[in-house]
Design a binder for this molecule. Structure first.
Ligand SMILES: [Zn+2]
Length: 218
């Protein structure tokens, strides 16, 4: 697990293959969760070493950054992988305006139908309910988030990063709906650098022809 201060409510630290740590805010809890594994269809440079939930302890670490739940077991890990795969499939379909597979929708609905994490007001003196919330309830909360996001109830659009060599998917919740990049610091910045270089090249190409034109005038 890559540690670091959280920069926004949704999002997580990822590590590129070159070892650079960067913050990817997918815009939704369920998409953050999907990116703990390799989203099917996310190939190329991002494919290697993407799995972040190798064991129950990894799942506990990921959940602990967001919720206080009891330790998960092998069953929870298996459930997490099943739910995650369904969310990834539906997200990829949504990003290209395709209908999701019924099977994936059924899986998300199944987990969403189990008890989720109850809302909780800070400042109380004791624990509500007889038992501490379980990891399974957090999975239900994630599934319910997926229902909200994919039903379009969260005002936002599922998009893919504009960079030609990046296919990261996010929920665009910007007010104007104009988010283009997985991250401004990553693909956004690379785009700016490329634009700058193209302008420099264009300028450099203009100069010799201007000189020729001048010579021709003389
Ligand atoms: Zn990108």
């Amino acid at each position: 697990m890559i540690a670091g201060e959280r920069l926004s409510e949704t999002g997580q630290w990822l590590e590129s293959r070159e070892g650079t740590r960067w913050w990817f805010d997918s815009g939704a809890l369920c998409l953050d969760f999907a990116y703990t594994g390799l989203m099917t269809g996310t190939g190329g440079a991002q494919a290697d070493g993407w799995e972040r939930l190798l064991n129950a302890a990894d799942l506990d670490d990921w959940l602990a950054e967001r919720y206080t739940v009891t330790a998960s077991g092998e069953r929870d890990l298996k459930d997490a992988h099943t739910l995650r795969e369904a969310i990834a499939h539906v997200a990829i379909a949504a990003s290209v305006d395709k209908d999701p597979l019924r099977r994936d929708v059924d899986i998300i609905n199944l987990y969403a139908a189990t008890p989720d994490l109850p809302p909780r007001l800070d400042g109380g003196s004791r624990q509500a309910g007889r038992t501490s919330p379980r990891a399974a309830q957090a999975l239900s909360t994630i599934a319910r988030d997926a229902v909200t996001v994919f039903n379009g109830e969260d005002a936002g659009t599922i998009r893919t990063c504009d960079a030609a060599d990046c296919d990261l998917i996010y929920l665009d919740i910007s007010r104007a709906g104009t988010r283009r990049w997985c991250s401004m610091q990553r693909c956004g910045n690379r785009h700016k650098v490329r634009q700058h270089r193209a302008r420099q090249r264009a300028k450099a190409a203009e100069k010799p022809s201007a000189a020729i034109a001048q010579t021709a005038d003389q």
